[in-house]
Design a protein around this ligand. Structure first.
Ligand code: NAD
Length: 251
């Protein structure tokens, strides 16, 4: 698919997987709206790429709509890549006592409800697009995690939020297929981004070593290549793809 001049929104676009995706899309000739809450880094990257940055907390309806409006101003909104997310430090119930409810709610709110918020707003705009020759009007790509299937001790909030993103994929795809919009989810394993770089080096090394092949952390480019493939393959719809080098973690 020729995505030249088509507009893509990338949430969490200031950092990590989102920034890598934005770079790939711009290299392919697309226009990108970077949406994030890290304004300084986001603005810097947008300037470097010659693109637009919009402050957006994905849990906010008004912020989400402002991003969609900016995209429509730039041209035809064809894609949404939802990379915004948070992964709090592990918090057990057994050792730390009852898991703080507000932390659980915050993680689910950003990772799951934020993803849905952006999907529904972007899809409403994409539904007005003139369809491609294939009938396609746009594509939504969300980011779950292998934690959705393989949640570790202390990851109750994160794993639940990401399992929710997996669960969102098929009903949204079936619903939006009626108007020519696909919905796919990527479930990354362990990627070298600020989210993981915050861990002690020995933890990062042991995580990398536990990936059967390749025995290295994933890179934003690995993620971006799968985004590119999803955009280009219209048969991919309603599915979650693990991108994890076959990692399966012992509890
Ligand atoms: P990252 O921390 O580099 O990027 C996440 C971005 O999301 C940041 O720029 C942050 O500011 C933004 N963000 C956080 N809350 C937001 C909000 N309310 N509204 C808008 N933006 C917000 O981490 P990353 O590794 O690039 O993570 C991208 C996605 O991939 C996340 O959803 C994460 O859960 C998922 N993921 C990452 C890994 C990994 O190993 N790095 C593994 C599995 C899944």
């Amino acid at each position: 698919m020729d995505i030249k001049n088509k507009v893509f929104i990338v949430t969490g676009g200031a950092s990590g997987l989102g920034a890598g995706t934005a770079r790939m899309l711009v290299a392919e000739g697309a226009k990108v709206i970077l949406a994030d809450v890290q304004d300084e880094v986001g603005q810097q990257l947008a300037k470097e790429l010659g693109q637009t940055y919009v402050h957006c907390d994905v849990t906010s309806e008004a912020d989400g709509q402002a991003v969609v409006d900016a995209a429509l101003k730039a041209g035809t909104l064809f894609g949404l890549v939802n990379c915004a997310g948070v992964a709090p430090a592990a918090r057990t119930v057994s050792k730390n006592g009852p898991h703080a409810l507000d932390l659980f709610q915050k993680v689910v709110s950003i990772n799951l409800i934020g993803t849905f918020n952006m999907c529904r707003l972007a899809a409403a705009a994409m539904g007005n697009n003139t369809p491609e020759a294939t009938g396609e009007r746009g594509v939504l790509i969300n980011t779950a995690s292998v934690a959705a299937y393989d949640g570790q001790i202390g990851q109750a909030a994160y794993a639940s939020s990401k399992a929710g993103v997996v669960g969102l994929t098929l009903p949204l795809a079936r619903d939006l297929s009626k108007v020519g919009i696909r919905c796919m989810t990527i479930a990354p394993g362990i990627f070298g981004t600020p989210m993981v770089f915050g861990m002690p080096q020995e933890v990062q090394d042991s995580l990398a070593a536990s990936i059967p092949f390749p025995s290295r952390l994933g890179r934003p480019e690995d993620y971006a290549r799968l985004v590119q493939h999803i955009i280009n393959n219209e048969m991919l719809n309603g599915e979650t793809i693990r991108l994890d080098g076959a990692i399966r973690m012992a509890p």
